[in-house]
Design a protein around this ligand. Structure first.
Ligand code: 5GP
Ligand code: MN
Ligand code: MN
Length: 449
Protein backbone atom coordinates (compact mmCIF):
# COMPACT_ATOMS: atom_id res chain seq x y z
CA UNK A 1 0.00 0.00 0.00
CA UNK A 2 1.46 3.34 -1.04
CA UNK A 3 0.66 6.59 0.79
CA UNK A 4 -0.66 9.44 -1.38
CA UNK A 5 -1.34 11.89 1.45
CA UNK A 6 -2.54 11.57 5.05
CA UNK A 7 -5.50 9.21 5.10
CA UNK A 8 -5.21 8.33 1.40
CA UNK A 9 -3.51 5.11 0.28
CA UNK A 10 -3.38 3.14 -2.95
CA UNK A 11 -2.51 -0.35 -4.14
CA UNK A 12 -2.58 -1.69 -7.69
CA UNK A 13 -6.37 -1.62 -7.83
CA UNK A 14 -7.94 1.16 -5.80
CA UNK A 15 -7.64 4.17 -3.51
CA UNK A 16 -8.39 3.73 0.18
CA UNK A 17 -9.65 6.76 2.09
CA UNK A 18 -8.72 5.69 5.60
CA UNK A 19 -6.18 6.32 8.32
CA UNK A 20 -3.49 3.76 8.94
CA UNK A 21 -5.34 2.76 12.09
CA UNK A 22 -8.37 1.64 10.05
CA UNK A 23 -6.33 0.36 7.13
CA UNK A 24 -4.37 -2.07 9.31
CA UNK A 25 -7.61 -3.82 10.29
CA UNK A 26 -9.12 -3.75 6.80
CA UNK A 27 -10.56 -7.11 5.89
CA UNK A 28 -8.58 -9.06 3.25
CA UNK A 29 -11.93 -9.68 1.59
CA UNK A 30 -12.29 -5.97 0.79
CA UNK A 31 -8.92 -6.05 -0.98
CA UNK A 32 -10.08 -9.07 -2.99
CA UNK A 33 -13.37 -7.35 -3.84
CA UNK A 34 -11.43 -4.24 -4.91
CA UNK A 35 -9.31 -6.39 -7.22
CA UNK A 36 -12.50 -7.92 -8.64
CA UNK A 37 -14.25 -4.59 -9.21
CA UNK A 38 -11.12 -3.17 -10.86
CA UNK A 39 -11.50 -5.82 -13.56
CA UNK A 40 -14.75 -4.34 -14.88
CA UNK A 41 -13.78 -2.69 -18.18
CA UNK A 42 -12.97 1.02 -18.48
CA UNK A 43 -13.06 1.81 -14.75
CA UNK A 44 -11.63 5.30 -14.32
CA UNK A 45 -11.64 5.37 -10.54
CA UNK A 46 -12.18 2.89 -7.73
CA UNK A 47 -12.17 4.00 -4.10
CA UNK A 48 -13.10 2.76 -0.65
CA UNK A 49 -14.44 4.75 2.30
CA UNK A 50 -13.29 4.23 5.93
CA UNK A 51 -16.40 2.18 6.76
CA UNK A 52 -15.66 -0.31 3.95
CA UNK A 53 -16.54 -3.90 4.70
CA UNK A 54 -17.32 -7.06 2.70
CA UNK A 55 -20.65 -7.31 0.92
CA UNK A 56 -22.30 -9.67 -1.53
CA UNK A 57 -20.19 -9.54 -4.71
CA UNK A 58 -18.80 -6.11 -3.77
CA UNK A 59 -17.85 -4.16 -0.66
CA UNK A 60 -20.05 -1.69 1.15
CA UNK A 61 -18.17 1.60 0.95
CA UNK A 62 -17.32 1.42 -2.78
CA UNK A 63 -16.96 4.43 -5.11
CA UNK A 64 -16.59 3.48 -8.78
CA UNK A 65 -16.49 5.87 -11.74
CA UNK A 66 -16.52 5.66 -15.53
CA UNK A 67 -16.52 8.27 -18.23
CA UNK A 68 -20.09 8.31 -19.56
CA UNK A 69 -18.88 7.66 -23.11
CA UNK A 70 -17.61 4.21 -22.14
CA UNK A 71 -19.41 3.48 -18.90
CA UNK A 72 -20.49 0.13 -17.54
CA UNK A 73 -23.14 -0.46 -14.91
CA UNK A 74 -23.37 -3.07 -12.16
CA UNK A 75 -26.54 -3.92 -10.21
CA UNK A 76 -24.27 -5.70 -7.72
CA UNK A 77 -22.39 -2.51 -6.95
CA UNK A 78 -25.51 -0.33 -6.70
CA UNK A 79 -26.76 -2.95 -4.24
CA UNK A 80 -30.12 -4.51 -3.61
CA UNK A 81 -31.56 -1.78 -1.41
CA UNK A 82 -31.53 0.76 -4.24
CA UNK A 83 -31.73 4.34 -2.99
CA UNK A 84 -31.35 3.40 0.67
CA UNK A 85 -30.50 6.57 2.55
CA UNK A 86 -30.81 8.96 5.44
CA UNK A 87 -33.14 11.84 6.21
CA UNK A 88 -32.84 14.31 9.08
CA UNK A 89 -35.79 16.13 10.64
CA UNK A 90 -35.11 19.24 12.75
CA UNK A 91 -37.40 20.63 15.43
CA UNK A 92 -37.78 23.91 17.30
CA UNK A 93 -37.36 22.22 20.72
CA UNK A 94 -34.51 21.41 23.06
CA UNK A 95 -34.09 17.68 23.63
CA UNK A 96 -33.89 18.34 27.36
CA UNK A 97 -37.46 19.65 27.25
CA UNK A 98 -38.73 16.27 26.02
CA UNK A 99 -38.83 14.00 29.05
CA UNK A 100 -38.55 10.21 28.78
CA UNK A 101 -42.31 9.69 29.21
CA UNK A 102 -43.10 12.09 26.36
CA UNK A 103 -40.40 10.55 24.17
CA UNK A 104 -41.81 7.07 24.77
CA UNK A 105 -45.28 8.38 23.88
CA UNK A 106 -43.97 9.96 20.67
CA UNK A 107 -42.16 6.75 19.77
CA UNK A 108 -45.32 4.69 20.29
CA UNK A 109 -47.41 7.09 18.22
CA UNK A 110 -44.84 7.03 15.41
CA UNK A 111 -44.87 3.23 15.49
CA UNK A 112 -48.66 3.24 15.23
CA UNK A 113 -48.31 5.12 11.93
CA UNK A 114 -45.17 3.50 10.51
CA UNK A 115 -45.00 -0.31 10.39
CA UNK A 116 -41.57 -1.77 11.19
CA UNK A 117 -39.97 -5.07 10.23
CA UNK A 118 -39.58 -7.10 7.05
CA UNK A 119 -42.43 -7.33 4.54
CA UNK A 120 -44.81 -4.88 6.23
CA UNK A 121 -47.44 -2.83 4.37
CA UNK A 122 -48.84 0.55 5.36
CA UNK A 123 -52.61 0.42 5.14
CA UNK A 124 -52.89 4.12 5.93
CA UNK A 125 -51.71 5.00 2.45
CA UNK A 126 -54.08 4.33 -0.40
CA UNK A 127 -52.71 5.31 -3.79
CA UNK A 128 -54.43 5.45 -7.15
CA UNK A 129 -52.59 3.77 -10.01
CA UNK A 130 -52.13 7.16 -11.67
CA UNK A 131 -50.61 8.72 -8.54
CA UNK A 132 -48.33 5.72 -8.04
CA UNK A 133 -47.11 5.90 -11.63
CA UNK A 134 -46.56 9.61 -11.31
CA UNK A 135 -44.51 8.98 -8.18
CA UNK A 136 -42.23 6.45 -9.86
CA UNK A 137 -41.17 9.09 -12.40
CA UNK A 138 -41.14 12.10 -10.12
CA UNK A 139 -37.74 13.78 -9.81
CA UNK A 140 -39.40 16.84 -8.27
CA UNK A 141 -40.32 15.24 -4.97
CA UNK A 142 -38.57 17.11 -2.10
CA UNK A 143 -36.27 18.59 -4.70
CA UNK A 144 -35.00 21.43 -2.50
CA UNK A 145 -34.06 19.17 0.36
CA UNK A 146 -32.56 16.10 -1.27
CA UNK A 147 -29.88 14.86 -3.66
CA UNK A 148 -30.55 15.94 -7.20
CA UNK A 149 -30.79 13.15 -9.76
CA UNK A 150 -29.86 13.91 -13.36
CA UNK A 151 -31.64 11.29 -15.43
CA UNK A 152 -29.36 8.94 -17.34
CA UNK A 153 -32.31 7.59 -19.35
CA UNK A 154 -35.96 8.65 -19.47
CA UNK A 155 -38.22 6.65 -17.17
CA UNK A 156 -39.98 3.56 -18.49
CA UNK A 157 -42.28 1.80 -16.04
CA UNK A 158 -42.28 -1.30 -18.27
CA UNK A 159 -38.72 -1.97 -17.09
CA UNK A 160 -40.00 -2.56 -13.55
CA UNK A 161 -40.70 -6.25 -12.82
CA UNK A 162 -44.41 -6.86 -12.08
CA UNK A 163 -43.70 -8.22 -8.61
CA UNK A 164 -41.80 -5.08 -7.62
CA UNK A 165 -44.50 -2.85 -9.04
CA UNK A 166 -47.33 -4.68 -7.23
CA UNK A 167 -45.75 -5.00 -3.79
CA UNK A 168 -44.22 -1.55 -3.94
CA UNK A 169 -47.60 0.13 -4.03
CA UNK A 170 -48.36 -1.12 -0.51
CA UNK A 171 -45.00 -0.61 1.15
CA UNK A 172 -44.57 3.17 1.14
CA UNK A 173 -44.07 4.57 4.65
CA UNK A 174 -42.79 1.33 6.11
CA UNK A 175 -39.40 1.28 7.78
CA UNK A 176 -38.16 -2.17 6.81
CA UNK A 177 -36.09 -4.56 8.90
CA UNK A 178 -32.84 -4.85 10.80
CA UNK A 179 -30.50 -2.00 10.07
CA UNK A 180 -33.22 0.54 9.24
CA UNK A 181 -34.26 2.89 12.01
CA UNK A 182 -35.96 6.05 13.21
CA UNK A 183 -33.80 7.65 15.88
CA UNK A 184 -34.62 10.54 18.21
CA UNK A 185 -31.48 12.51 19.00
CA UNK A 186 -29.96 15.46 20.81
CA UNK A 187 -27.78 17.63 18.58
CA UNK A 188 -24.51 19.27 19.61
CA UNK A 189 -23.20 22.03 17.32
CA UNK A 190 -19.55 21.76 16.22
CA UNK A 191 -19.43 24.36 13.41
CA UNK A 192 -21.39 27.44 14.55
CA UNK A 193 -21.43 29.34 11.28
CA UNK A 194 -22.76 26.45 9.21
CA UNK A 195 -25.15 25.40 11.96
CA UNK A 196 -26.74 28.82 11.88
CA UNK A 197 -27.21 28.68 8.12
CA UNK A 198 -28.84 25.26 8.37
CA UNK A 199 -31.08 26.12 11.33
CA UNK A 200 -29.26 23.99 13.92
CA UNK A 201 -28.78 24.92 17.57
CA UNK A 202 -27.06 23.35 20.53
CA UNK A 203 -29.25 20.85 22.38
CA UNK A 204 -31.78 20.62 19.52
CA UNK A 205 -34.22 17.71 19.39
CA UNK A 206 -33.87 16.03 15.94
CA UNK A 207 -35.04 12.82 14.25
CA UNK A 208 -33.00 10.67 11.88
CA UNK A 209 -34.54 8.20 9.42
CA UNK A 210 -32.67 5.36 7.69
CA UNK A 211 -34.67 3.40 5.13
CA UNK A 212 -34.65 2.36 1.49
CA UNK A 213 -36.79 1.14 -1.38
CA UNK A 214 -38.29 -1.83 0.48
CA UNK A 215 -39.32 -4.85 -1.62
CA UNK A 216 -39.59 -2.63 -4.68
CA UNK A 217 -35.84 -2.09 -4.87
CA UNK A 218 -34.84 -5.58 -3.81
CA UNK A 219 -36.99 -7.22 -6.47
CA UNK A 220 -35.60 -4.83 -9.11
CA UNK A 221 -32.05 -5.57 -7.92
CA UNK A 222 -32.47 -9.37 -7.88
CA UNK A 223 -34.31 -9.43 -11.20
CA UNK A 224 -31.61 -7.48 -13.04
CA UNK A 225 -28.82 -9.36 -11.29
CA UNK A 226 -30.22 -12.54 -12.93
CA UNK A 227 -30.73 -10.86 -16.30
CA UNK A 228 -27.19 -9.44 -16.25
CA UNK A 229 -25.81 -12.93 -15.55
CA UNK A 230 -27.67 -14.33 -18.57
CA UNK A 231 -26.51 -11.57 -20.90
CA UNK A 232 -22.90 -11.82 -19.66
CA UNK A 233 -22.97 -15.55 -20.31
CA UNK A 234 -24.44 -15.18 -23.80
CA UNK A 235 -21.85 -12.52 -24.69
CA UNK A 236 -18.95 -14.38 -23.12
CA UNK A 237 -18.22 -11.63 -20.58
CA UNK A 238 -16.37 -13.21 -17.67
CA UNK A 239 -16.38 -12.10 -14.06
CA UNK A 240 -13.91 -12.76 -11.23
CA UNK A 241 -16.87 -13.39 -8.89
CA UNK A 242 -20.15 -14.98 -10.06
CA UNK A 243 -21.95 -12.59 -7.68
CA UNK A 244 -20.48 -9.55 -9.46
CA UNK A 245 -22.34 -8.62 -12.66
CA UNK A 246 -21.78 -5.76 -15.08
CA UNK A 247 -22.63 -4.66 -18.63
CA UNK A 248 -21.88 -1.67 -20.85
CA UNK A 249 -24.57 1.01 -20.43
CA UNK A 250 -25.57 0.88 -24.10
CA UNK A 251 -26.68 -2.74 -23.73
CA UNK A 252 -30.50 -3.08 -23.75
CA UNK A 253 -30.68 -4.88 -20.39
CA UNK A 254 -28.30 -2.34 -18.85
CA UNK A 255 -30.49 0.51 -20.10
CA UNK A 256 -33.59 -1.15 -18.68
CA UNK A 257 -31.82 -1.63 -15.36
CA UNK A 258 -30.86 2.03 -15.20
CA UNK A 259 -34.45 3.09 -15.87
CA UNK A 260 -35.83 0.75 -13.19
CA UNK A 261 -33.05 1.76 -10.77
CA UNK A 262 -33.96 5.43 -11.16
CA UNK A 263 -37.57 4.65 -10.25
CA UNK A 264 -36.43 2.56 -7.29
CA UNK A 265 -34.25 5.42 -6.02
CA UNK A 266 -37.22 7.77 -6.23
CA UNK A 267 -39.33 5.13 -4.50
CA UNK A 268 -36.88 5.15 -1.58
CA UNK A 269 -36.99 8.94 -1.34
CA UNK A 270 -40.81 8.97 -1.38
CA UNK A 271 -40.81 6.23 1.26
CA UNK A 272 -38.72 8.50 3.51
CA UNK A 273 -40.90 11.47 2.52
CA UNK A 274 -44.04 9.72 3.79
CA UNK A 275 -42.32 8.61 6.99
CA UNK A 276 -41.06 12.10 7.76
CA UNK A 277 -44.59 13.46 7.19
CA UNK A 278 -45.99 10.93 9.67
CA UNK A 279 -43.27 11.75 12.20
CA UNK A 280 -43.83 15.50 11.77
CA UNK A 281 -47.60 15.00 12.29
CA UNK A 282 -46.95 13.21 15.61
CA UNK A 283 -44.52 15.90 16.75
CA UNK A 284 -46.99 18.66 15.86
CA UNK A 285 -49.62 16.97 18.00
CA UNK A 286 -47.27 17.59 20.91
CA UNK A 287 -46.69 21.23 19.86
CA UNK A 288 -43.26 20.49 18.44
CA UNK A 289 -42.61 22.26 15.13
CA UNK A 290 -40.59 20.08 12.76
CA UNK A 291 -39.26 20.16 9.20
CA UNK A 292 -36.85 18.19 7.03
CA UNK A 293 -33.26 19.43 6.77
CA UNK A 294 -32.02 17.03 4.09
CA UNK A 295 -32.25 13.57 2.50
CA UNK A 296 -29.26 11.67 1.07
CA UNK A 297 -29.08 8.28 -0.64
CA UNK A 298 -26.16 5.88 -0.20
CA UNK A 299 -26.80 3.05 -2.71
CA UNK A 300 -27.08 4.65 -6.13
CA UNK A 301 -25.64 5.39 -9.57
CA UNK A 302 -25.67 9.05 -10.60
CA UNK A 303 -24.54 11.00 -13.63
CA UNK A 304 -22.28 13.88 -12.55
CA UNK A 305 -19.95 16.29 -14.31
CA UNK A 306 -16.26 16.46 -13.46
CA UNK A 307 -13.89 18.72 -15.42
CA UNK A 308 -16.52 19.21 -18.12
CA UNK A 309 -17.02 15.49 -18.67
CA UNK A 310 -20.14 13.53 -17.69
CA UNK A 311 -19.28 10.56 -15.48
CA UNK A 312 -21.21 7.61 -14.16
CA UNK A 313 -20.60 7.39 -10.42
CA UNK A 314 -21.82 4.46 -8.34
CA UNK A 315 -21.76 4.93 -4.59
CA UNK A 316 -22.46 1.74 -2.71
CA UNK A 317 -22.82 2.30 1.01
CA UNK A 318 -21.22 5.68 0.33
CA UNK A 319 -22.65 9.18 0.29
CA UNK A 320 -22.39 12.05 -2.15
CA UNK A 321 -20.87 15.07 -0.37
CA UNK A 322 -20.89 18.03 -2.74
CA UNK A 323 -18.58 20.91 -1.81
CA UNK A 324 -19.66 24.57 -1.75
CA UNK A 325 -20.90 26.05 -5.04
CA UNK A 326 -21.27 22.71 -6.80
CA UNK A 327 -23.76 22.83 -9.70
CA UNK A 328 -25.84 19.97 -8.29
CA UNK A 329 -26.53 21.55 -4.89
CA UNK A 330 -30.33 21.75 -4.88
CA UNK A 331 -30.91 24.72 -2.62
CA UNK A 332 -29.31 28.20 -2.25
CA UNK A 333 -29.37 27.65 1.50
CA UNK A 334 -26.56 25.11 1.06
CA UNK A 335 -24.74 26.81 -1.81
CA UNK A 336 -21.84 28.26 0.14
CA UNK A 337 -21.53 25.46 2.71
CA UNK A 338 -22.10 22.29 0.70
CA UNK A 339 -25.23 20.25 1.42
CA UNK A 340 -25.69 18.31 4.68
CA UNK A 341 -24.26 14.79 4.79
CA UNK A 342 -25.94 12.52 7.34
CA UNK A 343 -23.64 9.91 8.91
CA UNK A 344 -25.16 7.47 11.39
CA UNK A 345 -23.00 5.74 14.01
CA UNK A 346 -24.98 3.07 15.86
CA UNK A 347 -27.93 2.93 18.22
CA UNK A 348 -25.56 3.34 21.16
CA UNK A 349 -23.09 5.89 19.84
CA UNK A 350 -23.07 9.31 18.23
CA UNK A 351 -24.02 10.10 14.65
CA UNK A 352 -22.71 13.09 12.68
CA UNK A 353 -23.80 15.82 10.31
CA UNK A 354 -21.00 16.74 7.92
CA UNK A 355 -20.39 18.98 4.93
CA UNK A 356 -18.33 18.24 1.85
CA UNK A 357 -15.19 20.21 1.03
CA UNK A 358 -13.33 21.02 -2.21
CA UNK A 359 -10.53 18.62 -1.30
CA UNK A 360 -12.90 15.68 -1.73
CA UNK A 361 -12.61 15.92 -5.50
CA UNK A 362 -10.19 13.00 -5.09
CA UNK A 363 -13.07 10.82 -3.87
CA UNK A 364 -15.38 12.19 -6.57
CA UNK A 365 -17.18 14.11 -3.82
CA UNK A 366 -17.86 11.04 -1.71
CA UNK A 367 -17.76 10.18 1.97
CA UNK A 368 -18.74 7.08 3.92
CA UNK A 369 -22.33 6.32 4.93
CA UNK A 370 -21.89 5.40 8.56
CA UNK A 371 -19.57 3.65 10.96
CA UNK A 372 -19.69 0.36 9.08
CA UNK A 373 -19.65 -3.12 10.53
CA UNK A 374 -16.80 -4.49 12.54
CA UNK A 375 -18.57 -7.79 13.23
CA UNK A 376 -20.50 -9.66 10.53
CA UNK A 377 -24.12 -10.34 11.42
CA UNK A 378 -23.33 -14.00 12.17
CA UNK A 379 -20.33 -13.14 14.28
CA UNK A 380 -22.20 -10.44 16.21
CA UNK A 381 -24.99 -12.89 17.07
CA UNK A 382 -22.38 -15.35 18.37
CA UNK A 383 -20.12 -13.02 20.30
CA UNK A 384 -22.15 -10.09 21.67
CA UNK A 385 -24.10 -10.94 24.82
CA UNK A 386 -27.50 -9.50 25.73
CA UNK A 387 -25.91 -8.09 28.90
CA UNK A 388 -23.23 -6.20 26.98
CA UNK A 389 -25.81 -4.87 24.52
CA UNK A 390 -28.13 -3.78 27.31
CA UNK A 391 -25.28 -2.15 29.20
CA UNK A 392 -24.30 -0.09 26.13
CA UNK A 393 -27.88 1.20 25.84
CA UNK A 394 -28.06 2.07 29.55
CA UNK A 395 -24.91 4.16 29.26
CA UNK A 396 -26.24 6.84 26.92
CA UNK A 397 -24.85 10.33 27.48
CA UNK A 398 -28.30 11.49 28.60
CA UNK A 399 -29.22 8.31 30.44
CA UNK A 400 -30.82 5.15 29.11
CA UNK A 401 -31.49 5.02 25.37
CA UNK A 402 -35.13 4.01 24.77
CA UNK A 403 -35.90 1.31 22.23
CA UNK A 404 -39.12 0.12 20.63
CA UNK A 405 -38.58 -3.52 21.45
CA UNK A 406 -37.32 -5.22 24.55
CA UNK A 407 -36.11 -8.36 22.77
CA UNK A 408 -32.45 -7.44 22.50
CA UNK A 409 -31.64 -11.03 21.60
CA UNK A 410 -33.44 -10.56 18.27
CA UNK A 411 -31.07 -7.87 17.11
CA UNK A 412 -27.69 -8.52 18.66
CA UNK A 413 -26.29 -7.92 15.18
CA UNK A 414 -27.45 -4.30 15.49
CA UNK A 415 -25.73 -3.74 18.85
CA UNK A 416 -23.27 -0.84 19.07
CA UNK A 417 -20.57 -3.51 19.46
CA UNK A 418 -21.27 -4.70 15.90
CA UNK A 419 -20.18 -1.40 14.39
CA UNK A 420 -16.84 0.38 14.12
CA UNK A 421 -16.09 3.20 16.52
CA UNK A 422 -17.69 6.22 14.81
CA UNK A 423 -15.12 8.61 16.31
CA UNK A 424 -12.35 6.65 14.61
CA UNK A 425 -14.24 6.77 11.31
CA UNK A 426 -14.98 10.51 11.53
CA UNK A 427 -11.36 11.18 12.44
CA UNK A 428 -10.43 9.24 9.31
CA UNK A 429 -12.80 11.31 7.14
CA UNK A 430 -11.25 14.51 8.50
CA UNK A 431 -7.69 13.24 8.02
CA UNK A 432 -8.44 12.18 4.43
CA UNK A 433 -9.97 15.67 3.91
CA UNK A 434 -13.28 14.34 2.54
CA UNK A 435 -15.64 16.33 4.76
CA UNK A 436 -15.80 18.34 7.99
CA UNK A 437 -18.20 17.90 10.92
CA UNK A 438 -21.02 20.38 11.51
CA UNK A 439 -22.81 18.67 14.39
CA UNK A 440 -22.81 15.54 16.47
CA UNK A 441 -26.01 13.80 17.57
CA UNK A 442 -26.45 11.49 20.53
CA UNK A 443 -29.22 8.87 20.53
CA UNK A 444 -32.14 9.27 22.99
CA UNK A 445 -34.59 6.75 21.59
CA UNK A 446 -34.48 4.30 18.66
CA UNK A 447 -37.22 2.59 16.69
CA UNK A 448 -35.45 -0.33 15.03
CA UNK A 449 -36.78 -2.01 11.91
P1 5GP B 1 -26.34 0.24 6.09
O1 5GP B 1 -27.00 1.19 5.16
O2 5GP B 1 -25.03 -0.24 5.56
O3 5GP B 1 -27.20 -0.86 6.54
O4 5GP B 1 -26.04 1.03 7.46
C1 5GP B 1 -25.66 2.35 7.53
C2 5GP B 1 -24.98 2.66 8.85
O5 5GP B 1 -25.97 2.97 9.83
C3 5GP B 1 -24.17 1.58 9.54
O6 5GP B 1 -22.90 1.47 8.99
C4 5GP B 1 -24.13 2.05 10.98
O7 5GP B 1 -23.00 2.87 11.19
C5 5GP B 1 -25.38 2.90 11.12
N1 5GP B 1 -26.41 2.36 12.02
C6 5GP B 1 -26.96 1.12 12.02
N2 5GP B 1 -27.93 1.03 12.95
C7 5GP B 1 -28.01 2.26 13.55
C8 5GP B 1 -28.86 2.83 14.57
O8 5GP B 1 -29.76 2.19 15.13
N3 5GP B 1 -28.65 4.14 14.89
C9 5GP B 1 -27.70 4.91 14.29
N4 5GP B 1 -27.56 6.16 14.65
N5 5GP B 1 -26.88 4.39 13.34
C10 5GP B 1 -27.05 3.10 12.96
MN1 MN C 1 -31.11 -0.30 3.34
MN1 MN D 1 -28.66 1.90 4.15
Amino acid sequence: MKKIRDGVYTNDYAIFFMTEEILKDLDEGVLQQAKNASQIPNVEFLGYTPDAHIGKGTSIGTIIVWDMSKAWISPTIVGVDIGCGMRLILTDKFADDIDKALLKKIMNEVEDLIPTGVGKKNKKIVLSKAKYEEYLQNTEIDKDISDKMVLIHEFDLDTIPDEAYEIGKEQFATLGGGNHFIEFQKLHVLDKETAQKWGLFDGQFVVMIHSGSRRFGSVVGDYYQRKFKDVMKSKGITTPDPQLTFLPIDNKVAKDYIKAMQSAAIYAKINRHYMSNFIISVLEKHSIDAWVLYDVAHNIAYMERFANREKLVIRKGATRALPPNHYLIPNPKFADTGHPVILPGSMGSSSYLMKGIQDNIISYHTVNHGAGRVLSRTKAKKTVSIEEFSKALKQGQSGEILINTKNLKDFLDESPQSYKDIELVINSVITSRLATPVAKMEPLGVIKG
